[in-house]
Design a protein around this ligand. Structure first.
Ligand code: HEC
Ligand code: HEC
Length: 719
């Protein structure tokens, strides 16, 4: 109460009640269930350092605030309520609740840390490790599916092993052990004989290594043997053996990675990750695989204990081209979400020749966009600005592709049919590539090739070219390797046509510079579009939240969020429904940032006219209205950034030069690599990361090194 009357009631008291909040009469009796909601909002204001307002002279000390926060937390707990705030603060959508200005102000000196935690293994890691089970993995199901929403998905606090996950794990363990008992000679012998404890112990050790990737301790072996002993009487040897081996597969370390902080504790109550924990954290930050030999060796030989050690390992891995680092590209896919374009259905008829082969064409744009990103990462200079500004466009060399790869493979027609290659050779080639059919090559390479990472699937291409080369006339191998190798041609971003009747896929001579970076890339524009029109609201929301560190509240359930139908109006004209006062308080934050993109249609084509394509054609053309792409930056909190813009290009230029935009992107990189939202206590980490990025001339690698050697990455604390 003294705290509130000193710092708050001048604005929230009897005479004034700012924001409709009065605090002079708030009930301190939380156990009685009174004013719980109000205390929750107060807590939020204090945790996020929102109140008292920064401009207010009389500011409480950090220690005073912490005392009050602790008190509210304790009282809420006593009353049986856990503060809803923490749940929000941890969820990916609410990362921006933490005050941006404060984070980058330099006033927070707290020593950063991450909460001690378990982090469920990622989907991709699981896919990679299951091959070590030593069985046919066709029946092994993915237990760790994350929901497929837009944004950074792999947070440590998401998707614990609940009963659904455990069911899948149990079924996997069953399949796996059944196979081993049938096909693995040693285990089959155990199942049919009457094994000694030593033999059982050896089987446990071996299986443990397959699944958990280390030797079990004697204690652990004894535990499994105990399980066997406990069930052998009732179930018999075979069943007990099965149960025991299944239990090994459910070991927590085959489900979670440990980030408890098993190293030494410092004077701030933080514990360093142990060398083994670090080996795993570094490996999973950069790759989809378990730690490589060098990491494990460093951990075992005491060379993974300090910040410098980590620096050395991270730099080594980043520099080594032979290490696949798919997580780097994946950050950009999840941040920009251009990889969601294929989910948006587009009517072929409306597109004017948009369809390409039988493939879902937006996937092709997604891969073009991957290539766009990879090229910028290759240069590793001024990365964020380049991503927003570059007018280079990388287009899959579709012509060559069609003539060779498509004709040979896409129709699932073996080379044999074209008389180029013998049946034996075909089989051999398929075997060399690890494929069952040419159709599979198409799926594997063509659809998923660039999923695999930074270096694309160059290795696969080489493998294929080599396999062909060994025994074939030069012309054939040349043809194929030429088709596969320089798959991408650099173009200015110019496949724009004013006329929607033309097939825009064909690159046109450079006409006008009407593209600027990812937000004008067709993959992004399609990912943020609806089936038959653009989507200024969600484009604007994306910019507000990803680039300007803002947070737009969800659509209230009471609002009818449908766009009125009127075939005579442009989309923008129809969206004026959101300009009513009760709507505008939210939509003001989105629409003016999204409207500038109306210079592109919902296929990502540049335009100056919006065609009213639900009306009948006149003289072979749809009636049209001129595009109005005017918009504005408002409420950004950065000096000189707010203001009107005439179209997306002007908007993007302003964004690209903004400190806040850069910092906002860095906050997302932080979330991706730490697997959680930032807290105010991560301020030092974020500011150092920002500095490392700037001082290196905008190197993404330097940024990653800075984050992975930060206290936020290295230290754990139990909250
Ligand atoms: C200088 C005046 C001033 C002081 C001092 C002040 N506030 Fe506020 N407070 C405001 C204003 C203005 C608003 C409403 C607008 C806003 O949210 O910024 C507000 C809003 C709030 C809200 C509602 C927020 C919401 O999301 O609905 C809470 C809770 C609050 N203040 C708590 C506090 C607490 C606790 C203190 C003291 C530590 C405090 N305020 C001190 C001016 C003040
Ligand atoms: C509390 C904030 C908020 C308020 C108030 C609000 N909206 Fe929205 N609205 C949103 C958000 C956020 C979205 C984007 C939804 C999404 O991301 O799926 C949205 C989307 C929409 C859409 C697009 C729906 C679509 O399917 O494309 C329409 C139309 C819309 N709002 C109309 C309105 C109208 C009309 C009002 C006032 C009566 C209103 N909104 C009030 C936050 C709000």
């Amino acid at each position: 109460m003294p705290f509130l009357s000193t710092y708050c009631t001048s604005c929230h008291g009897e005479t004034k009640s700012k924001g409709d909040v009065t605090l002079n009469d708030i009930s301190a009796d939380l156990a009685a269930g009174k004013d719980i909601d109000l205390w929750n909002v107060v807590l939020k204001q204090l945790v996020l350092s929102e109140m008292p307002p920064a401009k207010e002279k009389k500011q409480p000390k950090e220690s005073e605030i912490n005392k009050v926060i602790d008190w509210i937390n304790a009282e809420l707990k006593k009353s049986g309520n856990v503060a809803s705030l923490y749940h929000q603060l941890e969820s990916p959508n609410y990362g921006n609740l933490v005050n941006h200005k404060k984070l980058f102000s330099g006033e927070i000196k707290t020593k950063p840390f991450s909460p001690a935690r378990l982090w469920r293994m990622s989907e991709k890691v699981f896919d990679n490790v299951k091959s070590n089970y030593g069985v046919d993995v066709t029946n092994i199901r993915q237990p760790f599916l994350l929901d497929d929403k837009k944004g950074i998905r792999d947070y440590a606090n998401l998707l614990f092993a609940d009963s659904a996950v455990v069911n899948v794990l149990m079924a996997n363990a069953g399949h796996c052990v059944d196979q081993l008992m049938e096909k693995n000679q040693a285990i089959r012998d155990l199942a049919t004989g009457s094994p000694t404890p030593d033999q059982l112990g050896a089987a446990v050790s071996q299986h443990f290594k397959r699944v958990v990737f280390r030797d079990p301790s004697q204690d652990e072996i004894n535990k499994y043997l105990g399980l066997y002993q406990g069930s052998v009487q009732e179930g018999g040897n075979r069943e007990a053996l099965r149960l025991m081996l299944m239990a090994v597969m459910l070991h927590p370390e085959s489900v979670y990675r440990l980030e408890i902080g098993l190293g030494s504790e410092d004077s701030y109550g933080r514990r360093l990750l142990s060398p083994t924990e670090l080996a795993y954290s570094i490996a999973y930050a950069l790759t989809d695989s378990r730690p490589d030999r060098s990491l494990l060796q460093a951990a075992e030989s005491g060379k993974l204990k300090t910040k410098d050690d980590v620096h050395e390992q991270v730099s080594r891995m980043l520099a080594d081209e032979s290490i696949d680092k798919p997580r780097i590209l994946r950050f950009f896919q999840e941040f920009f979400n251009y990889n969601q374009a294929h989910k948006i259905f587009k009517d072929e008829g409306r597109s004017g020749g948009f369809r390409y082969y039988s493939e879902n064409y937006p996937r092709m744009y997604e891969r073009d966009a991957d290539f766009f990103v990879m090229n910028i990462l290759d240069k590793d200079k001024d990365v964020f600005r380049q991503l927003l500004l570059s007018d280079e466009y990388f287009i899959l060399n579709r012509q060559t592709f069609r003539n060779t790869v498509f004709d040979f493979y896409e129709r699932n027609k073996p080379l044999i049919d074209s008389g180029i290659i013998s049946e034996d050779k075909t089989k051999e080639l398929l075997k060399a590539l690890g494929l069952k059919s040419w159709g599979e090559l198409n799926v594997k390479y063509y659809l998923h090739g660039f999923d695999r990472g930074f270096r694309g699937s160059a290795g696969e291409i080489k493998k294929m070219a080599n396999a062909v080369r060994t025994d074939q006339p030069k012309s054939t191998s040349k043809e194929i390797s030429e088709a596969m190798h320089p798959l991408y041609t650099k173009m200015p971003m110019v496949y724009d046509l004013g006329d929607n009747e033309q097939n825009f896929l064909l690159p046109q001579p450079y006409k006008r510079p009407n593209r600027a970076g990812m937000l004008t890339h067709p993959a992004w524009l399609i990912a943020f579009s609806l089936n038959d029109h653009t989507d200024p609201i969600r484009r604007g929301k994306w910019i507000r939240e990803r680039l300007l560190a803002g947070l737009v509240p969800n659509v209230p359930i009471t609002v009818d969020a449908t766009i009125p139908v009127d075939h005579h109006k442009t989309l923008r004209e129809r969206l004026t429904v959101t300009e009513k006062q009760e709507c505008w308080r939210c939509h003001e934050q989105m629409n003016p940032l999204g409207h500038p993109f109306e210079i592109y249609d919902d296929f990502g084509r540049y335009r100056t006219e919006e065609f009213l394509d639900k009306l009948p054609k006149v003289n072979g053309r749809y009636p049209s209205k001129p595009v109005n792409a005017a918009g504005a930056l408002t409420g950004t909190g950065e000096i000189g950034l707010d203001g009107e813009v005439k179209d997306a290009l002007e908007l993007i230029k302003k964004l690209a030069d903004s400190d806040k935009v850069r910092q906002s992107m860095i906050r997302h990189v932080f979330r991706y690599y730490m697997g959680r939202n930032e807290m105010l206590s991560d301020s030092v980490t974020l500011m150092e990361a920002d500095r490392a990025y700037l001082e290196s001339g905008g190197s993404f690698k330097a940024l990653v090194v800075s984050l992975l050697t930060s206290d936020s990455f290295l230290y754990r604390k139990t909250l």
